[in-house]
Ligand binder design. Structure first.
Ligand SMILES: Nc1ncnc2c1ncn2[C@@H]1O[C@H](COP(=O)(O)OP(=O)(O)OP(=O)(O)O)[C@@H](O)[C@H]1O
Length: 257
């Protein structure tokens, strides 16, 4: 049976007098893609930041599995199993695909200060740790579809491949929950199709929240949608339910969808 891996309950974020996110609740299920859509300034990025710990909520609660992570630092939430990609690429351009993903995989080890084996150089435990890191690294490269590009310099790759690499780096930390902020932004048709395939590959093992402006991709991928306008949820449901919603039609989707 599918499980809820992340539950945001009535989260609110105020910036002075502005409620950028106002009492929003979202459940993310393993094996499901939950898209959050809305016009510019609707609060989608702010909501993502509240779930990842990049911003503390003014009120409300965020549960990761059974753990209340409200107010935790992003690194701690990441260790607890949440990975996110950002709108702006986070990769090291002079390094290869392999080197970038290795850094991300190693960052997971470096994030375990309580692990006494971490300080033991050249021992069997070190070898075991390195093997675990390598396994994470290889599976992230494979899953992201970059197996044949492992020696490519990141800065010389296409925009679409750079976004794939960013997802590979997120996967190297072995997240259960993935928050993806506009993974298709700026892509051509072929690149967007490749990214849609990648998201479909990631779906079975992860709970995914997708913030995306490309409505064709959203309606092709999403199991559930939340529609935000001015920080508020104006509709939520399955793609057919949302498409048929008169408020959504008027406020956002227009007549094309
Ligand atoms: N750090 C901040 N300080 C003050 N206001 C902010 C801050 N971050 C966001 N806002 C405001 O909060 C509202 C929601 O912004 P947000 O970036 O979350 O929207 P969005 O739906 O992600 O938009 P877009 O689709 O353009 O990325 C906007 O009015 C924005 O100006």
């Amino acid at each position: 049976m599918a499980e809820v891996l992340l539950s945001a309950q009535k989260v609110t974020k105020r910036f002075g007098g502005l409620a950028a996110v106002n009492g929003v609740s979202v459940d993310l299920w393993r094996g499901k893609i939950h898209a959050v859509i809305g016009p510019n300034g609707a609060g989608k990025s702010t909501l993502t930041n509240l779930l990842s710990g990049d911003l503390p909520p003014t009120s409300g609660q965020v549960l990761l599995g059974a753990t209340d992570v409200t107010g935790w630092a992003p690194e701690r939430i990441s260790r607890q199993g949440l990975g996110r990609s950002y709108q702006k690429t986070n990769i090291f351009l002079p390094l290869t695909v392999h080197e970038n993903v290795r850094l991300a995989a190693q960052s997971r080890d470096a994030q375990q200060p309580w692990n006494p084996l971490r300080w033991w150089p050249d021992t069997r435990s070190d070898t075991i740790k390195n093997r675990a890191t390598s396994a994470r690294l290889e599976s992230a490269i494979e899953l992201s579809g970059l197996k044949d590009r492992r020696t490519a310099i990141a800065g010389a790759m296409s925009h679409g491949e750079q976004r794939q690499l960013e997802i590979a780096m997120t996967l190297a930390t072995e997240p259960q929950v993935l928050l993806l902020d506009e993974p298709l932004a700026g892509m051509g048709v072929a690149e967007a199709e490749r990214m849609v395939e990648l998201l479909q590959r990631l779906k079975p093992a992860h709970a995914i929240m997708l913030v995306e402006h490309d409505m064709d991709a959203v309606f092709a991928l999403a199991d559930r949608l939340t529609v935000m306008v001015n920080g508020e949820v104006i509709a939520h449901g399955t793609p057919p339910e949302v498409r048929a919603d008169a408020t959504v039609q008027a406020a956002y989707l227009g007549e094309d969808h």
